[in-house]
Design a protein around this ligand. Structure first.
Ligand SMILES: [Zn+2]
Length: 251
């Protein structure tokens, strides 16, 4: 059978029976795929120390004929980002990146930009860039790429973005903001967001990723942004991502 080859990041690993592993890969050429690595738990040669979470690999695989499960043939390790496995905070942040890619993407949906964004973020974390801020950058840019940009230009009802209309609340159901003058039920499901946080998140939406490290989020802006993105995830994905809670405990 013809083998396909692609650079890939491991975003999930599961044991399968006594000797196999099933890995979920985010590949450059095909987006997310699942593949079985036969004998990976026993073989000392082919896959040893390669099939770990976060690893960046060049993989060869045979697409599944009757199922969506491919068969992993070879894996050549480019890097396993050792520091992400040694530092708990970095491990939690990298796990969240993987969970986001795992649950926000569909199989065989190619997004070159998302692959680049994922490796950019893993590399940044491995080099010790502040985890929470990097997560915010990644998440906002991922939503842009996948076409789920939240509308932060102003109140979804009256269009204003001004201190007089504060407090603003973010509502995932509206996919955007509602100002204090239009919101008649302040105890509703929206999440209060400060003007400062709104402006910072808009800058993240607009800037190229190479310019993002210039932005500085205060502690309060980090907490608000993370609460907003977590709420957006749980609304649109209809599930809670485990790593959000671990990350919030670290803040
Ligand atoms: Zn309004």
């Amino acid at each position: 059978m013809l083998l396909k080859q692609a650079p890939a990041v491991i975003v999930q690993v599961k044991d399968h029976g006594d000797s196999d592993k099933i890995v979920t890969l985010y590949t450059l050429d095909e987006g997310k795929i699942s593949a079985i690595a036969k004998g990976a738990k026993r073989s000392k040669k082919r896959f040893v120390n390669k099939l770990e979470l976060f690893s960046l690999l060049n993989v060869s695989y045979a697409p599944g004929r009757t199922t969506s499960l491919a068969r992993l043939d070879q894996a050549e390790l480019i890097t396993n980002y050792p520091s992400l496995h040694q530092n708990y905070g970095q491990y939690v942040a990298a796990s969240l990146l993987c969970e986001l890619v795992l649950f926000w993407t569909r199989e065989h949906d190619r997004e070159d930009e998302l692959f680049q964004l994922l490796t950019w973020a893993l590399e940044g974390l491995a080099m010790g860039v502040t985890s929470a801020q990097l997560i915010i950058f990644f998440h906002v840019k991922m939503l842009e790429i996948l076409g789920f940009r939240p509308l932060l230009n102003g109140c979804g009802n009256c269009g204003t973005l001004a201190p007089q209309a504060a407090p603003y609340r973010f509502s995932p159901m509206r996919n955007g903001l509602i100002c204090g003058q239009c919101e008649h039920a302040p105890s509703g499901p929206g999440l209060e967001v400060s003007m400062q946080t709104i402006q910072l998140l808009r800058k993240v939406q607009e800037l190229d990723i190479c310019k993002l490290p210039r932005l500085h989020f205060s502690k309060a802006a980090i907490l608000e942004s993370i609460a907003l993105l977590k709420r957006y995830d749980s609304h649109l994905l209809q599930r809670e991502l485990q790593s959000w809670n671990y990350l919030q405990q670290l803040l």
